[in-house]
Structure formats: structure tokens, C-alpha cells
Design a protein around this ligand. Structure first.
Ligand code: CAO
Length: 563
């Protein structure tokens, strides 16, 4: 056993820093590299890791204290080490920390290369200040050959202030933020998350311009009047040349406004590297966590509390959806409680998920299938010969496939990132089958390339398999769109729930003979009630109107299917 003293290492230029977080307590067993304290200069914060494993016997630094290189942080009791050896290690650790400090805490340590200066820089004093593009490069890493870039905090078009983090890098010892040495606008980035970076590697191009600085200040000081300062500046100098290659802070990236806003919020997060690292490991977006430390600083405890709350949140019940109160029905009369089948439970969960996730819209139409029914009935002798019964369903399938080809918005799914649409170049159509065990949706593949006879056979085969619970998993996968036909059962209309991740479903009800004007003549026509539900995130009312118009036209005259 020996006692070892851990001191504040070389701070890489900063003479005094504030101890903003004490990460351990007396009696704690710490491992090598575990954060002992977090210190912060006016530019950045950094962890001071333990140089060895041991037990904390005393702490000499209080939260909020100002510390300098060489100040004692704490004492550790180390098993089986001799004093001399530890002295040496402690010095080594100091050197390691100096790397971190040099990078993170001292803005002057951030290397800046001026790559281009616009010619207007030499213009007379009355001209607006010219833009200067500066390349921010990876500074001296204090011995580390390469560090991994783990987080990009800004994007092109973002306005950053001097000292704002641009990226977060991580060596095998610690993570560190690279602060911007200047106030300006990010023009471009040279790096991507996951890159391995070494000293001197270019990170970002930052355009620095007097007008931008005025705007940045104006935004910071008077957000309700953002345009006032730049406008005044322009009025004073009517003859000035137009501003060179506009850095276009706020307006230019309006389409990226949300993304930029998100990134800016990232840089607004006030947390040390250890907390950021833990957040990455836990997959927590720090901008959603409330800091309880001084000036809203995020501590590890805040992160733990956030995760605990999220884990304990009741499953399946959103915060805004009140639960239905439990009722003892037996108080009103005799009841018989039966367990739900597995299929029923899965169906219920799927319906609930779709209902909650998908903004549904349902449109209604009636297709005149008088001619279709004449044609179908004319096939009866051949049906008997082939031993196949053809219902209206295969015609509906074929017409839907054609409508999907003509309206790709319906033959699509939302990308899981919520920012893309997946258009499918195949047309697989599912059909809801009512079975004693519950609802099943087998999928008929490549409907657009199959004929009515083949479709009839396949519909019957799959419906029979469904009813006998013999469907294989792959026979229920890959659907692009679903048809739910209750025509053989009854009803005048219903609003089907989209079978996610599909974006559309067609409900078919029982055909009725109705008096319809055909030209000037009132005629009895066979009208098929249709309802089309769709995910309004992927499909608009116009798309649905066109889909329905196309579908009704094809059903009214199935010869169109061969066009
Ligand atoms: N209008 C009037 N009659 C119709 C019709 C319609 N829209 N659709 C079918 N029919 C007729 C058929 O022609 C058949 O008549 P015949 O017995 O005189 O020949 C009869 O109704 C029964 O048809 P069917 O239901 O056996 O066959 P289908 O091809 O129409 O449908 C299947 C097959 C598997 C889709 C169907 O049996 C089924 O399970 N439907 C229920 C779907 C469902 O539950 N949807 C709700 C999902 S949400 O809970």
C-alpha cells in the first residue's frame, strides 16, 4: 500500500482554470483513466483522469475552486505500488493531460491557417470589411498520433462564435472539443464523423467578415430586431461594393434551418467531455437533458436521472394519452373471460401502433362495376370448366396494381430516418383475410404481371392457407399496399387502418345496385363502395384523388388494364 498525490497537470497555456465538477468522493475506488475532476477555462472544459487505480483517501479541491498546474487534486491509496514508481507515473499522467488541456482549453493553441483573403481586403477604409476564409486545423495533440472524430457540432451555414465547439475528438485517454478560434460562418467542413485526425489536418473553413460579426452581435443582443444593425451599416456606406460571396448566415440555408438549429443546440449543451462520452454510450441526446450544475451545467447524475425516467416511463402509453380506467364488468352481469390468441394480440398491437403513428386520412368513392360484373358473369362457363370461382377481388387486385404503377406515391414507404421516401419498383399486394383465429394478411407478389385466372387461384390458395393457419412468414411479408374486402360480408363503407410500413389501404364494401344517370338516362348500375385510407405524411389528397380516379376508370372498363 502507498499513498499517491495526484496534481493538476500542465494546462497547455491556461494559467488558472475552475474546477467545475468533482467526479469522485473520499472512499471511492477509482480505476485508471476514470475522471477525477472536470476543469474549465474560459474556452473549454476537460477531464483530469486518474493516473492509476486506487482508493480516494482525501480531496484537496472544492467545486468552484480555481486551480493551477501543480496544485494537489487528491490522494489515492494504491495497493502494491512503491512510492517512487508512482511519482514517475503521476508525472506521466500530467503530460497526458497536458495534451488534452493544450487542445481543449487554450484557444491560442488552436492552429489557424489563413487560406484566402479576398481582394477587397485591401480596399479603402470606407469599404465594407472583406471576408476572410480561415482554415481551422487540428492543433498539437501533445503526443497523440491520431484521434478519432466522434461528433461534428456544426454544419455549413452555421454562425459560430469564437470558442464555440466545432468538433469533438477522442483519443484513447480523453475526449476534447475543438473550439473555433474566430467568430464567423462555417463555409465548409473537411471532416466526417469517424475520421482519424492528426495534427494539422484541416477541419473547417470559417468565413470571417465584419458584417457577419455585426449580425452575430445583433442576434445575440436583440433577437427581436435581427436586421437592424446590418441595415444601418449598409445605409452608412451607399457606395460600397456589394458584400463578397455572401456567407449567408440566416437566410441562405432556410431549407436547412431545422438541421442547423439542431446542431446549434448541440453546441449550446454545457457539459464536459466525460458527460458527453457517457451520453454517446447511452445514446442520449444531451440537448434534451436538463443540467442541474452551476449555470445549467450537465453532470453525470443529470444523465442518469434522464435515463432512469425514460426507462420507467409506462410502455405503450404516451404521456398525453390517458389510460382507459379498469372496469369490473361482472358487477353488471355474468361475464366470460377468454385469453386473446397470439395472433389477436399481435394484430391488436399492430393496429394500435399504426393508429397512433400514422396521420390517417380516408377518402371515399364509388366505382361503377356494371360492365365488370357482366364480363365476370360471362366467364362462369369457363370458371366451371377450370374449377375456379372468380369473385370481383382479382379484378380489384389487378386494377389496384395498375393504379399503384400510375401513382408511385402509394407504392412507397417512409424511410426510417423520417426524411426520405422509399419508392418500390415491384407491386406486391396484401389482402386481409378474416380467419377464426384473427386477421391475417397474405401477400400476392408481382400482381401487375399476373392474369385474372392466376390471381384467382392464388387468392384462394392463400386465403385457404390463412384460414388453416398454414401461411409461411415470407407469404405475409413484402406487401406494398393492402386490400381489405368486406364485400362478401356486407356494409356500405368503413375506414381501414393503414398496414404500416405501407402508406395506403383500400377498403371494399358490398356492391349495391343504384339508380345512376348515364347521360340523360337514369339507369340501374352496380356501384362498388370504396374507401381509401392513407398516411398523410407520404401521400397528399391530390395523390389520393388521382389514384381513385384512375382506379374507378379501370374498374368501370377493365379493357383499360391492357392499355
Ligand atoms: N360486393 C358484393 N359481393 C361480393 C363482393 C362485393 N364487393 N366481393 C365479393 N363478393 C361476393 C363474391 O362474389 C362471393 O359471391 P358468391 O358466393 O355468390 O360467388 C361472395 O361475396 C363471397 O366472396 P368471398 O369473400 O368468399 O371471396 P372474395 O374473393 O371476395 O374474398 C377474402 C376473399 C379472403 C378476402 C374474403 O373471404 C375475406 O376474408 N374477407 C374479409 C376481409 C376482412 O376481414 N377485412 C377486414 C379487415 S379489418 O378488420
Amino acid at each position: 500500500m502507498s499513498k499517491q498525490t495526484v496534481k493538476v497537470p500542465d494546462l497547455g497555456g491556461a494559467s488558472e482554470v475552475e474546477a467545475i465538477e468533482i467526479c469522485v468522493a473520499v472512499g471511492d475506488a477509482v480505476t485508471e483513466e476514470q475522471s477525477l475532476i472536470v476543469v474549465e477555462s474560459d474556452k473549454a472544459s476537460m477531464d483530469i483522469p486518474s493516473p492509476f487505480a486506487g482508493v480516494v483517501t482525501s480531496i484537496s479541491v472544492a467545486e468552484g475552486a480555481t486551480v493551477s498546474e501543480g496544485d494537489v487534486i487528491l490522494e489515492l491509496e494504491i495497493e502494491g505500488a512503491n512510492s517512487e514508481a508512482v511519482e514517475t507515473e503521476a508525472t506521466d499522467t500530467g503530460a497526458t493531460n497536458a495534451e488534452v488541456s493544450n487542445t481543449g482549453s487554450d484557444n491560442t493553441a488552436v492552429a489557424v491557417e489563413e487560406s484566402s483573403v479576398e481582394s477587397e481586403a485591401a480596399a479603402p477604409a470606407a469599404e465594407p470589411a472583406a471576408a476572410t476564409v480561415q482554415t481551422v486545423v487540428v492543433p498539437d495533440l501533445g503526443g497523440a498520433d491520431a484521434v478519432e472524430l466522434i461528433e461534428v457540432l456544426v454544419g455549413p451555414g452555421d454562425i459560430i462564435n469564437e470558442g464555440d465547439g466545432i468538433v469533438v475528438m477522442e483519443s484513447d485517454k480523453a475526449s476534447m472539443e475543438l473550439p473555433s478560434p474566430v467568430t464567423g460562418v462555417i463555409v465548409s467542413l473537411h471532416i466526417n464523423e469517424g475520421d482519424s485526425l492528426s495534427e494539422g489536418d484541416p477541419v473547417a473553413e470559417v468565413e470571417v467578415q465584419a458584417q457577419v460579426q455585426v449580425q452575430v452581435q445583433a442576434q445575440a443582443q436583440a433577437p427581436e430586431q435581427p436586421a437592424a444593425a446590418p441595415a444601418a451599416a449598409r445605409e452608412e456606406k451607399p457606395a460600397a461594393k456589394p458584400a463578397p460571396a455572401a456567407p449567408a448566415p440566416a437566410a441562405a440555408n432556410s431549407s436547412n434551418a431545422n438541421a442547423a438549429g439542431d446542431r446549434r443546440r448541440k453546441t449550446d449543451v454545457y457539459a464536459g467531455p466525460a458527460v458527453r462520452k457517457l451520453a454517446r454510450e447511452l445514446g442520449v441526446d444531451l440537448s434534451r437533458v436538463t443540467g442541474t450544475g452551476p449555470r445549467g451545467r450537465l453532470a453525470k447524475e443529470d444523465l442518469h436521472a434522464f435515463v432512469k425516467k425514460a426507462v420507467n416511463e409506462p410502455q405503450g402509453v404516451g404521456g398525453a394519452i390517458p389510460a382507459v380506467p379498469e372496469v369490473d364488468f361482472s358487477q353488471f352481469g355474468e361475464v366470460d373471460i377468454q385469453p386473446m390468441s397470439k395472433l389477436h394480440k399481435v394484430t391488436a398491437a399492430n393496429m394500435h401502433r399504426s393508429w397512433l403513428n400514422v396521420p390517417h386520412v380516408t377518402q371515399f368513392d364509388e366505382a361503377d362495376i356494371t360492365e365488370l360484373e357482366l364480363f365476370r358473369n360471362s366467364l362462369k362457363p369457363e370458371m366451371e370448366k377450370r374449377g375456379i370461382k372468380i369473385t370481383p377481388l382479382p379484378f380489384l387486385m389487378k386494377a389496384v396494381a395498375a393504379a399503384l404503377r400510375a401513382n408511385p406515391a402509394f407504392n412507397a414507404s417512409l424511410g426510417s430516418d423520417g426524411e426520405s421516401i422509399v419508392y418500390k419498383n415491384y407491386v406486391h399486394v396484401g389482402m386481409a383475410v378474416d380467419t377464426p383465429a384473427g386477421l391475417m394478411v397474405p401477400v400476392i407478389r408481382d400482381v401487375d404481371s399476373k392474369g385474372i385466372w392466376d390471381l384467382s387461384v392464388e387468392i384462394l390458395e392463400l386465403a385457404t392457407k390463412a384460414k388453416e393457419r398454414k401461411l409461411k412468414p415470407n407469404e405475409m411479408q413484402g406487401g406494398c399496399f393492402t386490400i381489405s374486402s368486406l364485400g362478401g360480408i356486407g356494409g356500405t363503407g368503413f375506414t381501414p387502418i393503414v398496414n404500416t410500413p405501407e402508406v395506403g389501404i383500400l377498403g371494399v364494401s358490398k356492391l349495391q345496385i343504384k339508380p345512376v344517370y348515364v347521360g340523360d338516362q337514369l339507369e340501374p348500375r352496380k356501384m362498388l363502395p370504396l374507401s381509401l385510407s392513407y398516411d398523410h405524411r407520404a401521400v397528399n389528397g391530390g395523390d389520393a384523388g388521382r389514384f381513385f380516379t384512375f382506379l374507378s376508370a379501370v374498374l368501370a372498363d377493365v379493357r383499360r388494364l391492357v392499355l
